[in-house]
Each structure stands twice: as C-alpha cells, then as structure tokens.
Design a protein around this ligand. Structure first.
Ligand SMILES: *Cc1c(COP(=O)(O)O)cnc(C)c1O
Length: 380
C-alpha cells in the first residue's frame, strides 16, 4: 500500500485502500474471473496464486486492521484455516460464550482427538492470563456473540505477548473500526466478512489478518491446501461494502445506543446487553479501548413464547438469523440448534441503517402487543 495511506484516517482508508493506481486503470479493481494463468510467469493457478480481486479485498481489510489479510470463502473457512495450523494435541482456551459455529468446530475437534479446549468466562481476565502460560492458543471473541460480553483484550493480549500462546481475536462484532486487536498485541484477527464488512446480507466471505510472516504463510498455505477460497464476485462485493462501512457503522451504532436505552426502559424487557449502556458490566472497560460500542443489542423478555411473539410481530425488523446488514434483523437465540443453554427469552438484534424512529416504532409495537398477550394470558 502507498505509505501515504497509513497517515489517513480509517474512514478514508476504507474508501481508498485496495484500488489500482496506474494512469488509465479503472478506479475499482475489476472482477477478474480466473482459475489459471498463462504459463511463463509467477502466477499459475488461482487457488494457490491468488487473484487481483481477492488482493484488493485483502489490501482494504489489511489497511483497516493494520496487518496482512488473507481472504476466505466464509468466516468459518477463515477460522478453520487458522485452526488447521496447530499440531494435534494443542491446548486451546476459548470463551464459554462465542459464535456457535466456533464452539461446534472446537467441540468436533475434541471428539476427533485433535486438541483439548479449556472453556473460560470471557470476562474472567485472570483465568485468561493464567491460560496464556499453559495453552498453545487463546481464542478470543469480543464482544461475544450473542451475550455481548467484553473481554479485557488489552490486558489479556499483553500478558500473552510474553508467552508462547498464540492469540486470535474474532473481531466480527466490533469491526476494525471499533477495535484493532493487532494493535493491542493479538497475533491473528478473524472476521466473518459476511456480516458488517460486506454489510448487505448478500454473500458469505471471511478474512484472517496478521503481522507475522510465519502466520501469513500458514494461512495462505491452509487456503491453498483446504481450498477455502473466496468467490470473485463475493470478494468484489465485500470490497465495495467496506467503502461504506464507516458510514453504515456510525449510523447503526448511534441507533443501537438509542434502541438499547429505550428497550431498557420498556416494562416488557427484563434485561438489555449493550456495551454502550452505563450499567453494562464492562462498559468502562469497553470505553477504554474500543472506539464504538457496535450495532448489536441483545435483550431479554420474560420467556421463550413472549420472545417468539415479539419476533413474529414486527413489520420492519426482519425475523432472520445473521447480522451486520443495512437491514435490521433479530432472532431468539436459544431457538438456534446448539444455543439452547442461552436465556430462553433472549433476542439478538442487529441494528441496521433504517431510521431509528421507524425501528423503535416497530419494536415498541411488537413488544407492547407481545407482552400484553402475556399479561392477559397470565391473569386467566
Ligand atoms: C457469523 C460469524 C462467524 C462465521 O462466519 P460465516 O461467514 O458465517 O462463516 C464467525 N464469528 C462470528 C462472531 C460470527 O458472527
């Protein structure tokens, strides 16, 4: 990347990084449909030798995370390629609350005799610091999906820096605009680019970012050997999504704060989890190292049936899984296979870019009708 770009703010780099620069070139990196290159030069076959379209995406994400990025077919392709680098018998520490696909992948690896996993409370900093001494890999996700617990990344990553443990942070929820874990000492950052980076719920993609030449080489090798390569159209669309990430996130984040406050004041809501609320257990910690609290809000109503009624009663907010799109989505997380341990009435809301007054009007009407049904029901 042009060194001048490093001086620019993230908002500018999101727009400028990963473009061709020569005179007469298109201002956007084109979608290059290629599996094989004409013989006689360095590039031979795209699975191992990359494509200009992937490289534009890697330059854009690398610029925002301040490292070297490798693009993958999905967040899980990035995550499993990171894990592919560890020898059989590795000791992994991972959060008790974390993306359910990661929990399932780690659990599967235990069953297959690949590694052992110590499950830690994401907010119990001392246990993470201890784990750095006798684990090979610390897998962190902060804020966590879906409970929005914030880990003390500065202290944990700093403690792990002097140990042999490699640290990985899933930065999907915060985005590189909310925090840059490499700058806090992480070895590898992963993203589901399906979510905020892509931003339009129209693709699957993933990215892993590192500053270490050794980890970069392993990630590229895992992509070549396991074949988790991104589609060319997807890579193009994520790059395009990143151009508006700062604007989308700023709007969604502001609405998330407003909605979290209003939800907390609604009589039908028994709890709200959002790092931007002063009563969030890690609010002060989050404010100390994050530059925003994100656009994810989890809230709880009394029980599963009430939550299901809320999810069925909105007309604007889409009842759907996934998150990070311009359109707001929500779902009852304990209804998701593998997530039955969560509070039954917990709803995870991904705040999009619609008008906040429309969003609140929709949410309030759904809550009013769903919780009224409940009090009528219980009085009988
Ligand atoms: C969605 C998600 C993933 C998995 O990404 P895919 O693109 O669905 O493979 C990983 N981590 C977090 C935090 C996620 O939300």
């Amino acid at each position: 990347m042009d060194p001048a770009q490093l001086q620019w703010s993230a908002r500018t780099r999101a727009i400028q990084a990963g473009r061709p620069h020569g005179p007469g070139e298109p201002i956007n990196q084109a979608i290059v449909g290629v599996s094989t290159y004409r013989a006689g030069a360095e590039r031979v076959y795209s699975r191992g030798d990359s494509t200009p379209t992937w490289e534009a995406l890697e330059e854009a994400v690398g610029s925002l995370e301040d490292g070297e990025a490798t693009a993958f077919a999905s967040g899980m392709a990035a995550i499993s390629s990171v894990l592919a680098g560890w020898p059989v018998g590795s000791r992994i520490a991972a959060p008790k609350d974390c993306y359910q696909g990661v929990t399932a992948l780690l659990t599967n690896g235990i069953a297959n005799g690949l590694w052992s996993v110590t499950w830690l409370e994401p907010d119990d900093t001392a246990t993470w610091i201890d784990a750095a001494a006798d684990h090979d890999l610390l897998w962190l996700e902060s804020p966590t999906n879906p409970l929005l617990v914030v880990s003390d990344l500065p202290n944990i990553l700093n403690a792990a820096r002097d140990s042999a443990a490699v640290t990985v942070v899933d930065n999907t929820f915060a985005t590189p605009l909310g925090q840059q874990p490499l700058n806090l000492g992480a070895d590898i950052v992963v993203h589901s680019a399906t979510k905020f980076l892509g931003g339009h719920s129209d693709l699957l993609a993933g990215v892993a970012v590192t500053r270490s030449a050794e980890h970069l080489q392993r990630l590229r090798q895992a992509r070549t050997l396991h074949g988790g390569t991104p589609g060319m159209l997807e890579a193009y669309l994520v790059t395009r999504g990143i151009r508006t990430l700062p604007l989308r996130l700023a709007a969604a984040q502001e609405s998330a704060q407003t909605l979290a406050e209003r939800l907390a004041a609604h009589p039908g809501v028994i709890g709200v989890r959002f790092p931007g609320l002063p009563d969030h257990p890690q609010h002060t910690l989050a404010a100390s190292f994050m530059s925003g609290f994100g656009a994810m809000v989890s809230f709880e109503v009394s029980d599963a049936a009430t939550a299901d009624r809320v999810c069925a009663a909105t007309s604007l907010i889409t009842h759907a899984t996934s998150l990070g799109g311009v359109e707001s989505t929500f779902e009852r997380r304990a209804a998701v296979p593998g997530q039955e341990h969560l509070p039954p009435g917990l709803i995870r809301l991904s705040v999009g870019c619609e008008s906040v007054s429309d969003l609140w009007g929709d949410l309030k009407a759904a809550l009013d009708s769903a919780t009224m049904t409940q009090s009528r029901g219980s009085s009988r």
